[in-house]
Design a protein around this ligand. Structure first.
Ligand SMILES: [Zn+2]
Length: 648
């Protein structure tokens, strides 16, 4: 919705005025001849045009100063001095689209206290009538620079006495009319005393209390966050001529910073294995900005020369308990090549206020997640068996996706443009971000097919060496299209790749997404024993995952988290948010429910739950016992998976 509106608004800017544009659109669409009827309403919008970005030089450098010292109020104070290119109308933009979310995830709601002045005299600003991220002003004659100041209302996550996360896309305004790569910015940040700061930006001037960085383009700045912390450590992962890689740890407690040598060795092997796949890196030095906390969050954000990683404070200490999260650093590291150096042409945008489209997210995220699984295995972050268990979990989620019947993967990739921050209670039917795990299955299939077609001589490693070749720290972004992906596959092994990939991404219920596993000599099976990986996944969910038996996921207090669309619990009338209170008459516990499912071949499962405050008691129409996913060898078939997972 947002994207369509923005697109049509941008179209209108190119015309003389909004009213004229609307008339023209109506006439072009063959609207009835109603213009002469004076009693019908006509929309009029009094709008100042917002100049579209143009790839031309911007004179001078924006000085951007972020003061992060007001931790008491969690407010960033921002001051900018912007060189004026010409007097008259000027528009300042607050970023809206965020590269890593692929959607309009930034909000100008955070911005307050905006003032603009020149030579000490205030300049009035006016927010655009339709695009709230745009501020119009009139620059007087003979003005060389304007001064802009405002506050950004942050939260504890970004600004506290011990940890400061400087994400520049939240912290600046920039002039409309130029590509972000043409605008030079000299950024600086003032931090609370005693904090160590890490970033892929080069420090120009380490003054007392202020960290000034060398000027960079706005494009680069938006991709170069700063992480600062009171308890911090630096761990080198690679220091050879191919570009240094460093793990920068920021923790809430100093004791969390100790990383066992085996874990450092694991990460070093991961870096080596990644370089063996992708070749020369697209960065000069790379910073893994790892933030350890007890809030239970785990995840990452990709950049070309750094990654923001959130991990449990026990991440390295409790390695045995991290089976599901061991490849988070690998995933973001792969993005340096897949996503930042090579960017889908429709996902690349000249500024953070131009809408993007994610038609190739099955490549951008899907192949990255595939490589995260593979590199974790090759580096020893997961054993071969642990990797097979993780792939079983991935495959089970992908295979059991009823939503594919109405929504293809090529529609799921539209997720960021309309589903960000929205509630998705029927996840397996509505679908959300399935391009990660379907991408894992798709690229397993492509690897197996490349091997088949080349009589075992070539695979997806050869694709990566071709597709990501030529990287260097200085090399500009290389955009690509669907056809470029197919052409690179064609160079590895001739085949009808467009049809093959289209069958995957456009397909509905007719295809088996585990076919790549089968081509590799493995198939998805179920038995009554969950793998350790599955059990840890359940722990992270905080309850029981019975998706592959009675079709629900339930928290330990009985609250139903998810119900499989058209599954046994669904058919009994259960919905997410219901509260299970009793299992065959006894009070609800996880164990009681699991026992009931285990015994279902002999005894029917009777559940009582609360729905909108009323009790419901039903028998679940299911007699299949407990079912958990595993990978099992296909007898007599060559094991391609073990070959793929072996270290290079
Ligand atoms: Zn990713």
């Amino acid at each position: 919705m947002r994207r369509t509106e923005l697109a049509s608004v941008m179209q209108n800017w190119k015309m003389a005025g909004a009213a004229a544009a609307l008339c023209a659109t109506g006439a072009a669409a063959g609207a009835p001849q109603v213009a002469a009827r004076m009693d019908l309403p006509v929309q009029t919008l009094d709008r100042t045009p917002i100049t579209s970005p143009v790839d031309h030089p911007f004179r001078g450098t924006i000085a951007l100063e972020v003061d992060a010292r007001d931790v008491a109020h969690r407010v960033f104070v921002v001051r900018e001095r912007v060189p004026v290119q010409r007097a008259g109308a000027m528009t300042l933009l607050y970023p809206h689209w965020e590269a890593a979310s692929h959607g309009p995830s930034l909000t100008v709601t955070e911005l307050a206290g905006l003032t603009v002045s020149a030579n000490g005299k205030p300049i009035a600003w006016r927010r655009d009538a339709i695009e709230p991220h745009a501020f119009h002003l009139e620059v007087p004659e003979n003005t060389k620079t304007i001064d802009v100041s405002f506050q950004i209302i942050a939260d504890e996550d970004r600004l506290s006495a011990d940890v400061v996360a400087v994400a520049w896309q939240h912290l600046l305004l920039y002039p409309a009319g130029w590509y972000a790569r043409n605008i030079a910015v000299a950024p600086s940040v003032m931090l609370p005393t005693g904090l160590s700061a890490f970033s892929s930006l080069d420090v120009a001037d380490p003054e007392e209390g202020k960290l000034s960085f060398r000027p960079v383009s706005l494009e680069r700045l938006l991709d170069a966050p700063v992480l600062a912390g009171r308890h911090a450590a630096r761990v080198p992962l690679a220091q050879d001529g191919a570009g240094a890689v460093t793990l920068d740890l920021v923790a809430t407690k100093a004791g969390d910073l100790a990383v066992p040598p085996e874990r450092i060795a694991d990460l070093r092997r991961m870096v080596t294995q990644a370089r063996a796949v992708f070749g020369p890196p697209p960065f000069g030095r790379y910073e893994v900005l790892a933030r350890m906390s007890d809030d239970g969050s785990s995840g990452g954000t990709e950049h070309r020369a750094s990654a923001e990683i959130g991990m449990a404070s026990s991440y390295f200490r409790d390695w045995a308990g991290q089976l599901n999260n061991r490849d988070i650093v690998a995933h973001e590291f792969v993005h340096a090549w897949n996503g930042l150096y090579r960017v889908p042409a429709d996902l690349w945008a000249p500024t953070p206020n131009v809408p993007q489209s994610g038609s190739l997210l099955w490549m951008y995220e899907g192949q990255t997640e595939f490589w995260a699984r593979v590199l974790a295995a090759r580096a020893g972050l997961r054993s071969r068996e642990e990797t097979l268990d993780k792939l079983a979990l991935d495959a089970a989620e992908v295979v059991n996706r009823p939503g594919r019947a109405w929504r293809s993967l090529s529609d799921d990739v539209n997720y960021p443009s309309f589903m960000l921050r929205q509630s998705v209670p029927w996840r397996d039917w509505q679908r959300r971000k399935d391009y990660y795990l379907e991408g894992v299955m798709l690229w397993l299939d492509i690897d197996a097919l490349l091997r088949e077609q080349s009589h075992g001589r070539r695979g997806v490693d050869d694709f990566a060496q071709d597709f990501f070749a030529g990287a260097s720290a200085e090399h500009p972004v290389r955009t690509y299209t669907f056809d470029d992906v197919c052409a690179a596959l064609q160079r590895v092994a001739p085949f009808d790749w467009p049809s093959f990939i289209n069958r995957w991404i456009e397909g509905h219920g007719e295809m088996d997404p585990s076919e790549g596993l089968k081509r590799h000599g493995w198939r998805l099976t179920y038995d009554a024993e969950p793998t350790l990986t599955f059990q840890q996944n359940e722990q992270e969910l905080g309850g029981a995952d019975l998706s592959y038996s009675i079709g629900l996921t339930v928290a330990d207090n009985g609250k139903v988290r998810a119900v499989n669309w058209a599954g046994p619990a669904f058919r009994a009338g259960m919905a997410p948010g219901d509260h299970i209170t009793a299992v065959t008459g006894a009070p609800y516990t996880r164990g009681a429910l699991q026992d009931a499912v285990r015994n279902s071949p002999a005894n029917p499962i009777a559940l009582t739950w609360q729905h909108d405050g009323s009790p419901v008691t039903r028998t679940i129409d299911y007699r299949g016992g407990l079912r958990y996913p595993h990978l099992t060898r296909v007898p007599g078939h060559r094991d391609g998976l073990t070959a793929l997972l072996a270290a290079r």
